[in-house]
Design a protein around this ligand. Structure first.
Ligand code: F0G
Length: 353
């Protein structure tokens, strides 16, 4: 067993001798080279960072392990978060592992089934509010000011500290940063964390340049692109259905300092990328994650020169989080047949190419 995330990057994380080193096996996620989508985009070297391979199936575990370790160090008895589903799944898992109370506040009816199942299974106290994510976050921010619970949304600075390790891993594996990093943007914590990671590596002489940060918001939930909060954000990608991102400023800094961009992708473009990833690359992600690839394809269509450029798309969460989405957008219908050898054989012969 190698070093865990907190140990591996200890020298670059705000840990003390008193911070408990905990792990559920987060980090060290695969960086997989594209076989087909890169060619479609005219991008000679495209990789997918598979954050769905983290213990609870999303990138949130990197930040959560750090936030919970610090909460334990500070003697916290419980944690609280608002979530579109992945943060709550991750908080509930680490809360269970560390034996502390976890309270999650979610927008009623807006969280994908797999993520709900996780929070339930890990034994979190779940409060579903009749409101959206932005309202849930505003409520937990007020509540954690008054109650003895540690807020573990990405406004907790330790979350971003943990999440920046994904940038370190990419540079460690490629030897240099990519030219472009494509990433979905919701509450904007992750783009902020990656930018922090890349700039810290450069400052320490561990990378000679930084990538252009290319963030993508869903069209109906694109406050940063529009330049104002959206009171009722709408998109098929429930994880990034956010109208007033907490790390708005961080996202603008990442964009501007890196010479990058934050752009819109439509739901159709997201679903197209979601299908392509599964059918051409063998990568089943959740819709929000596909926004990074939808964005890359959009930039390619606008003639962004990607030839001879190295690009990484962050695939933030696994498709198993949202199984209903797969059936809703399935292209291959299920054939129902009797358990009969002859019928089955005939059917399969008709398929054989
Ligand atoms: N992708 C997935 C799968 C997510 O769950 C999220 C955010 C994002 C992308 C966007 O990342 O918020 O740092 O810009 N999910 C949060 C949650 C909001 O509650 O699980 P971000």
């Amino acid at each position: 067993m190698g070093l865990c995330l907190l140990e591996r990057y200890r020298h670059l994380l705000p840990l003390t001798d008193k911070t408990p080193v905990i792990t559920l096996g987060e980090g060290q996620t695969p960086l997989v080279r594209s076989r087909h989508i890169g060619a479609r985009a005219g991008c000679s070297e495209l990789y997918f960072k598979l954050e769905g391979c983290n213990p609870t199936g999303s990138f949130k575990d990197r930040g959560m392990v750090m936030a919970i370790a610090k909460a334990l160090e500070e003697g916290s008895q419980g944690i609280m978060c608002a979530s579109t589903g992945n943060t709550s799944a991750s908080a509930a898992a680490y809360g269970a592992y560390c034996g502390i109370q976890t309270i999650v506040v979610i927008p009623e009816g807006d969280v994908a089934k797999g993520k709900m199942a996780q929070a339930i299974a890990y034994g979190a106290h779940i409060v579903a509010i009749d409101g959206n994510f932005d309202q849930a976050l505003s409520l937990v921010r007020s509540l954690t000011d008054k109650l003895p619970f540690t807020l573990v949304n990405s406004v907790n600075r330790y979350r971003l500290e943990g999440q920046k390790t994904a940038a370190f891993e990419i540079v460690d594996e490629l030897g240099e940063p990519p030219d472009y990093l494509c990433i979905p943007v919701g509450n904007a914590g992750n783009i902020t964390a990656y930018w922090k990671g890349f700039t810290e590596y450069k400052a320490k002489g561990l990378a000679s340049f930084t990538p252009r940060m290319m963030g993508f918001q869903a069209e109906g939930a694109s406050p940063i692109v529009k330049g104002h909060p959206i009171s009722s954000p709408k998109t098929v990608a429930s994880a990034i259905r956010i109208g007033n991102p907490a790390s708005w400023k961080g996202a603008l800094t990442a964009r501007d300092e890196s010479g990058g961009a934050i752009e819109i992708v439509t739901d159709d473009e997201i679903i197209n990328a979601y299908r392509l990833l599964a059918r051409e690359e063998g990568i089943f992600c959740e819709p929000a994650s596909a926004a990074s690839v939808a964005g890359l394809l959009k930039l390619a269509a606008k003639n962004l020169p990607l030839q001879d450029k190295r690009t990484v798309c962050v695939i933030t969460g696994t498709g198993l989080k949202d199984p209903e989405m797969a059936s809703q957008f399935a292209e291959t219908p299920i054939k129902h047949l009797p358990a009969d050898l002859k019928t089955l054989e005939e059917h399969l012969r008709s398929l054989a190419r």
